[in-house]
Design a protein around this ligand. Structure first.
Ligand code: PMP
Ligand code: GLN
Length: 387
């Protein structure tokens, strides 16, 4: 029987994260696949949500988000990046960054408009573009060093190009775009009058000497950039689904108009909790990045011990590994067998690529797990994976 789903969504199927997490559950595997931490949300952030529920904050919040959270988002952008954001007109609270992304694309892309992303691309982007009837075009990242060829930017842009969706720090590669890379992208956007949607959910997960630079802070970008983030990663609260988008008032009004018919509002009691989280001292944010960096180092060293080459990762929860030294299978086949045979789950990078063959041997591992879980995963890989 033909699937009842609309044709524009037919290519998408079940998300790779759902598939691999189900296999992890079935085989009691250590889940180094789907990116969610097993460390818990800070107690004082949870306490605000608990009190909010007990105090009766159990009904619809305002569609644009509670003032306390919109103000906290604006203050966070000022504190970390020196950005001046109007909490009343330039901020919209969403049900996770996922809804923010979908609402931005649905609000601003006409059928036939082209949207550029960097390949590999986080899976929600092509789906949102397809829902809007847009056309997806990619700029390839080199899968070894995650660089891109600036000439590709000019090559891929055309008369129907309307938007670039950038993810920085980047999932799945862990790339943190440098100032000069961001400027190359910004120059194209200014020259071709493009909107840039910049998904910065991993903004506080940046390692070594790398620095997170918001796209909106570049010259001439404030008028054309929508910045997305989420409390999920920063406060280890992925199930709360509190996200946001900020940008010029006219663009936010358009995105809000769509958002009100997707969810209207959500996560009432969690909004003041995330607002509190955003006001935590710098030490909280530094410790978060430091502890994630140590976990990255642990996993990267273990993979190298197994002769599995890894590409550089300076941000996010993720590292890309080349498994060709340990299997003749392609990465998708290897990942499907890994939970039952080795007791670990991981994600084939091909799931993020327009042409999965580009990433035939590449696997994404998540290191956002507590140290004991990571060590158990590593022990299983050492026992079960062989040259
Ligand atoms: N963007 C990227 C790049 C992500 O990796 C994720 C989720 N892990 C999201 C968006 C989704 O964020 P949220 O859970 O807030 O919807
Ligand atoms: N963003 C998470 C990841 O990349 C997954 C979130 C989801 O399952 N949609 O692993």
């Amino acid at each position: 029987m033909t699937s009842p789903i609309v044709t524009r969504m037919r290519g998408f199927g079940t998300s790779i994260f759902t598939e691999m997490s189900a296999l992890a559950l079935e085989h009691d595997a250590i889940n180094l696949g789907q990116g969610f931490p097993d460390s818990d949300t800070p107690d004082e952030v949870k306490a605000v949500a608990i009190a909010a529920i007990q105090d009766g904050m159990n009904h619809y919040p305002p569609a644009r988000g509670m003032p306390i959270l919109r103000h906290a988002i604006a203050a966070h952008q000022q504190r970390f990046y020196g950005l001046s954001v109007n909490p009343d007109t330039e901020v919209l609270v969403t049900v996770g960054a996922t809804e923010a992304l979908a609402a931005c694309v649905l609000a601003l892309i006409e059928a036939g408009d082209e949207v550029l992303t960097f390949d590999p691309t986080y899976d929600a982007y092509p789906a949102a573009i397809a829902l809007a009837g847009g056309t997806h075009r990619v700029i390839s990242l080199n899968l070894e060093d995650h660089s891109f060829n600036p000439a590709d930017l000019a090559r891929v842009v055309g008369p129907r190009t309307r938007m670039i969706v950038l993810n920085n720090p980047h999932n799945p590669s862990g790339k943190v775009f440098t100032a000069s890379e961001l400027e190359q992208i910004a120059a194209l956007a200014r020259e071709r009058d493009l909107i840039v949607v910049c998904d910065e959910v991993y903004e506080h997960l940046v390692f070594d000497a790398a620095q997170h630079i918001p796209m909106v802070s570049l010259p001439g970008m404030a008028e054309r950039t929508l910045t997305l983030s989420s409390g999920g990663k920063t406060f280890s609260a992925t199930g709360w689904k509190v996200g946001w988008v900020h940008g010029p008032a006219a663009l936010i009004t358009a995105v809000a108009a769509v958002k009100q018919f997707v969810t209207f509002a959500g996560a009432a009691a969690f909004q003041p909790a995330i607002a509190h989280g955003l006001t935590l001292p710098d030490s909280f944010f530094n410790d978060l990045a430091g502890s994630m960096q140590r976990r990255r180092d642990l996993l990267v060293a273990a993979l190298r011990d197994l002769d599995i080459a890894v590409s550089p990762t300076q941000g996010s929860y993720f590292v890309i590994a080349d498994v060709s030294a340990v299997t003749d299978d392609d990465a998708a086949t290897w990942c499907r067998a890994l939970p039952s045979e080795v007791g670990v789950a991981a994600i084939p990078v091909g799931a993020f690529c327009q042409d999965p063959a580009d990433a035939r041997n590449l696997v994404r591992f998540a290191f956002c797990k507590d140290e004991a879980t990571l060590r158990e995963g590593i022990a299983r890989l050492k026992a079960g994976v062989h040259r």
